[in-house]
Design a protein around this ligand. Structure first.
Ligand code: HSE
Length: 310
């Protein structure tokens, strides 16, 4: 028996909601988990890049250090077992290390597929908790799992509390993806252990504004909310051109806000549908200066999360 699950890409943080807000995008990875028929076959992990960019896959382990395997192992342990014979096939379309939740997507896909194979021993709560333990942050895991725009909190007991938030489809997303990777661990290593109280309050106020703006479709409030003092200022040295892009887009027609996608290096521009060519020109020119090529993706929010396709 085999099960395949298709899981969307995600963008975490969305400015003020560090480690909490996230949204899903219609770009997908597919994980297939299969019980091998012949005993003694062990664990086989295959990774196929559907965009034909094999360089993207060089650093991904295909042994028991693979994060999909580790997540599935935790699920087996949850029911008092160990995975002995499994074939895991990971088909990736989501670019790796670009701040688009590729790891979260495969972890969630692998867990849901394995849970199906095992006859559903774990409910959503358990799966979210295992996935977050492996990935480390609930803000990519949650929208990958349930789709849409979400707020999530990883609680002290390991559980994840989340809610789906509304999204006004008049607010468009432009993802600006540079031609280089940025490892999340590196991007987290530049963050301070402690932050000034005034910066914490700054983000607290903006997170509250963000949620209210979503519920009331208040574009002005959303514009005020899409700012951050907890992670982006520290990460700007890892994303050359980011500060220039954010500054230059502040007064561009149509732009509601510009934020870093998760841990970067991609940048998300939320805009109201106008000014596309001017926005693209500003981003391309700023990154050209740093010899960085830009790939633009205009995508709606994916309302659905992970789905079983086989
Ligand atoms: N919230 C996390 C971060 C997302 O910004 O480090 C990482 O994928």
């Amino acid at each position: 028996m085999k099960v395949s699950v298709k899981t969307p890409a995600t963008i975490a943080n969305i400015g003020p909601g560090f480690d909490s807000f996230g949204l899903a995008l219609p770009l997908y990875n597919i994980v297939t988990v299969e019980e091998t028929v012949l005993p003694g076959t062990g664990i086989e992990i295959n990774i196929i890049n559907e965009k034909n960019n094999e360089n993207d896959l060089i650093d991904i382990p295909t042994d028991k250090n693979n994060i999909v395997y580790k997540a599935i192992e935790l699920l087996y342990n949850f029911i008092g077992q160990n995975p002995n014979e499994l074939k895991i096939t990971i088909k990736t379309q989501i670019p790796i290390s670009r701040g688009l939740g590729s790891s979260a997507s495969v972890i969630v896909g692998g867990l849901i597929a394995a849970n199906e194979l095992l006859g559903h021993p774990a409910d959503e709560k358990v799966l979210l908790s295992i996935a977050t333990e492996i990935e480390g942050h609930p803000d990519n895991i949650t929208p990958a799992f349930v789709g849409g725009m979400t707020m999530a909190s990883w609680e002290e007991d390991g559980s994840v509390i989340y809610r789906k938030l509304p999204w006004n489809d008049d607010w468009k997303l432009m993802i600006c993806m540079p031609d280089y990777e940025l490892n999340t661990e590196i991007s987290r290593s530049v963050l301070p252990k402690e932050i000034p109280l005034s910066d914490a309050v700054y983000n607290l106020k903006r997170s509250a504004m963000f949620v209210e703006a979503l519920y009331t479709k208040d574009e002005e409030l959303l514009k005020l909310s899409l700012k951050d003092k907890i992670h982006q200022p520290y990460r700007q040295k890892l994303v050359p051109g980011m500060t220039e892009i954010m500054d230059n887009l502040k007064h561009t027609n149509g732009v509601i806000g510009t934020v870093l996608c998760g841990a970067g290096p991609s940048i998300l521009i939320i805009y109201n549908g106008i000014g596309v060519s001017e926005i693209k020109e500003i981003v391309s020119n700023s990154w050209n200066y740093f010899n960085v090529k830009t790939n633009f993706l205009n995508l709606p929010i994916e309302k659905e999360g992970a789905v079983k396709i086989l």
